[in-house]
Each structure stands twice: as C-alpha cells, then as structure tokens.
Design a protein around this ligand. Structure first.
Ligand SMILES: Nc1ncnc2c1ncn2[C@@H]1O[C@H](COP(=O)(O)OP(=O)(O)OP(=O)(O)O)[C@@H](O)[C@H]1O
Length: 268
C-alpha cells in the first residue's frame, strides 16, 4: 500500500477520554419517520485524521453534519444519544450553536466561496466575530492562506472576486476561510472528489500538516485516499457503524466480511 504519511496510532479501544475530540454515544438520527443513523458509538481522537467510508447513502455526511449541528437546519430531523465535544453534549439546549460551528469548521465537496473577494472570504468569520483592525485581518489572511498553501498563487490578487479562482484554488480558499477561525475540529465532506490528482495531493498534504493543530474528520469514497491520509477509519453500512479501527488494520486485516467486501470493491 502506498504510504505518504506516517501514522502513529493506538488501538481504538485505547482512545481514552483525554485524547478524544468527539465522543459519539449511542447516537440515532431520523429524517421525518426514516431512521438514518443507528446506535453509533465511537471516539474520534484528537489531532488525528479519521476517515468515514461506506456506500452512498449509508449516512456518512449525516454523521459529520451532526458534529456541528448542521442537520438542525432540516425540518423533521430528530436525534437521540449524545455527541460530546470537550465533555459537553453538543445537542444540549445550553450549547451556543454559532460558537460550536466556529469551533467545528466544515468544508463541502463543492467549493462554496462567497460572492466577494478572496480577502473578504478569508475575513468573513473574523469580521462577524467583531475583528475590525486592518492589521489583524491582513495578518490572518496571510497566515491562513499560507497554511492552506494558496498564498503564493493569490498574494497579488487578493481583491479579485473569489469565483475567478480555479476549483482547486477555491477549495483551498474555503479551507483557509474555515482555518481563519482557528477551529479545533475540521470536517471535510468529500473535499477532493471534484479536484484533479495534483490538487488532491496538495489537500492531502495539507491535512497531514493541519492535524498538528486540529482534529480532522474526512468523508471519502476514495479508499486509497482514506488509507493514505487517515490514522483511523470507520466503515458504515446502512446507517450502522460496522467496523472502526486504525487505518492500517482496517485496510489490511479487516475483522468483518462486510468491510472486506467493501474495501476490496466487491460492492459499493
Ligand atoms: N435533509 C435530508 N432529509 C431527508 N433525508 C435525508 C436528508 N439528508 C440525507 N438524507 C437521507 O439520509 C440517508 C443518508 O444520507 P447521507 O447523505 O448521510 O449519506 P452518505 O453516506 O453521505 O452518502 P453519499 O456518499 O452519497 O454522500 C440517505 O438515505 C439520504 O437520502
């Protein structure tokens, strides 16, 4: 197996509370009358990349969207069980959802820059937080665009509309926009599926460096990508967590036949 990144992992059963970023406990979710997630329990470790894999429709996006309560936007969405971040149940009524979404950033499959300049895109969340000083905004723009490996390409055109960038540049811009808020957790929902192989590699390398400062959860259909970039992988089928292990084990010695069939391409 091609290994671009070193993984240094514990067995999933050894992930203790202190090293857990997201603690999912018996989580169920319904859209209308239809149950989409069934009794999911897993600990997602801090400062690691965790991949969620499985057939289309098995609930991967719904689960990641539960980590910043994006599903609340849909009428008829109900859930039970708990999702703990820093020991607090994020589904509790006491949680400030805007603050949660600042701490738990999300990037989607299709880059969605706002209809404004590159500079304003990166500053958007900071301005909402009340940051006004030009110097602070300039510094944030430069440092996050550097972190997202986009600075060199855009430093001379920061005030051009973001939609003029290529798809891969837009995706890195959207990542920079999320990073500007210094999230603890970054959720990436198929972030490279619309990108060419070189830009994909760029973003994979970015994940490897970003995990030093945040926890990354990535939904991907690309098994090679999951094996390359993630420390841990969870395989889902029809809304259930079938197997969760460090990626080396899951991709070389899966315990369950369903996992093996999926990763060897027998279905899905
Ligand atoms: N807002 C919604 N309202 C109703 N049903 C939904 C909604 N979002 C998702 N679903 C349903 O929930 C199930 C899980 O969808 P989800 O998008 O989480 O799967 P997925 O594994 O991410 O799929 P894909 O790999 O195709 O993106 C599907 O049956 C889908 O139709």
């Amino acid at each position: 197996m091609l290994k671009l990144f070193e993984h240094n992992t514990l067995n999933v059963d050894e992930i203790d509370e202190a090293s857990t970023a997201i603690d999912v406990r018996q989580f169920n979710l319904w859209f209308g009358g239809k149950q989409v997630l069934h009794d999911i329990s897993m600990r997602i470790p801090k400062n690691k990349v965790t991949a969620l894999i499985g057939q289309s429709g098995c609930g991967k996006s719904t689960l990641v969207s539960s980590f910043n309560r994006l599903n609340d936007l849909y009428n008829g969405c109900k859930y039970s069980g708990e999702i703990l971040i820093d020991g607090r149940n994020i589904n509790s009524k006491k949680i400030n959802v805007s603050r949660l979404r600042t701490r738990v950033g999300m990037v989607f499959q299709r880059p969605n820059p706002f209809p404004m300049s590159i500079y304003d895109n990166v500053c958007y969340g900071l301005r909402l937080q009340g940051v006004k000083t030009r110097r602070k905004l300039d510094d944030a723009v430069e440092s996050t665009l550097k972190e997202a490996a986009l600075w060199e390409e855009v430093k001379d055109r920061l005030f051009e509309p973001a939609h003029l960038l290529s798809g891969g540049q837009q995706q890195r811009l959207v990542i920079a926009r999320a990073l500007a808020l210094k999230p603890d957790i970054l959720l990436l929902d198929e972030p490279t599926s619309a990108l060419d192989p070189l830009t994909t590699l760029f973003i994979e390398e970015l994940m490897a460096s970003l995990k030093k400062r945040c926890t990354i959860v990535i939904v991907t259909h690309n098994m090679q990508q999951a094996a390359r970039v993630s420390d841990y992988t969870a395989f889902f089928h029809q809304g259930r967590l079938i197997e969760y292990a460090d990626s080396d084990t899951l991709f070389t010695m899966p315990e369950k036949k369903q996992t093996e069939d999926y990763i060897t391409g027998r279905y899905g």
